[in-house]
Write a protein that binds this ligand. Structure first.
Ligand SMILES: [Zn+2]
Length: 262
């Protein structure tokens, strides 16, 4: 069995993060949308189960998965949706079927590809209306080519855009390749992944970091939509952003602002 229903392994900070991301006023998710995860010290991952509402989750609404078998499916060109669905199934517990979210791969890939020596990670996947609106627009693929203001650059760094693929094994495969390529190129996980026509994935070493990155992603989307509505984006000059990133005080500010320094 590579998937376990084990509420005693679910830390309260993950439950609290999930509930905060699910608050209706934040407009990040509705109904059973969205999911969260956290690495365990032994390398396994606690991830939200399918079908539960983020705002009201308890430790009972999570399962524990092994990373290896799921990454094998994401890395294979031949894996099927049926194989993924089976690999996420924890069986029946107390008369209820427990299965990791069908979107578990967007979490597991982050935990699996984190650079050696990185701390345990928290990951939050949501569907914020403001960001999905932008990612469902004609600007989706290019909207994040440039930064639009400096605090966004500090908190989020360089986001990764992944074009639409249907949730499940198709998205898992595309997502795995895109994140792997970014890690190979830069040695770092992207703190924010933008999923075309779908949502965001925020990754940080703290629960607060996931919250901060998610909130900044929403603000960044609103700023872009506002700029497009008055004639288009005038981005920050790239050279000045690179110089800005290289400053020690900015690296420190980045770590402090959102707890998102890997
Ligand atoms: Zn989703």
């Amino acid at each position: 069995m590579t998937v376990l229903h084990a509420p005693d392994l679910v830390e309260q900070d993950l439950v609290d993060l999930t509930r905060r991301l699910g608050e209706p006023a934040r407009d990040l998710v509705i109904l059973a949308e969205g999911n969260t995860s956290r690495t365990l010290p032994d390398g396994r991952v606690v991830v939200k189960a399918s079908g539960s509402n983020m705002q009201t989750v308890t430790a009972d609404d999570f399962v524990v998965v092994d990373v290896e078998p799921l990454i094998e499916l994401a890395a294979s060109a031949e894996s099927t949706q049926r194989e993924l669905t089976d690999a996420l199934d924890a069986g029946e517990v107390d008369g209820k079927r427990r299965r990791a979210s069908i979107e578990a791969l967007v979490h597991v890939v982050m935990h699996a590809l984190k650079p050696a020596g990185s701390p345990e990670l928290y990951v939050g996947h949501t569907h914020p209306t403001d960001v999905v609106g932008l990612l469902a627009s004609v600007h989706a693929a290019t909207a994040y080519d440039d930064w639009v203001y400096s605090d966004e650059a500090v908190v989020i760094g360089r986001p990764l855009y992944v074009p639409y693929a249907s949730p499940g094994i198709d998205l898992g495969r595309v997502y795995y390749q895109a994140v792997k390529q970014r890690v190979d190129e830069t040695g770092e996980l992207p703190a924010l992944v933008l999923l075309g026509n779908h949502g965001i994935v925020a990754t940080a070493p703290t629960a607060g970091g996931v919250e901060g990155i998610s909130a900044m992603a929403v603000k960044g989307a609103r700023v872009r939509v506002a700029a497009y509505s008055v004639g288009g984006v005038a981005p920050l000059p790239r050279a000045s952003v690179e110089k800005f990133f290289a400053r020690d005080d900015i690296a420190e500010r980045r770590g402090n602002l959102a707890g998102n320094r890997f």
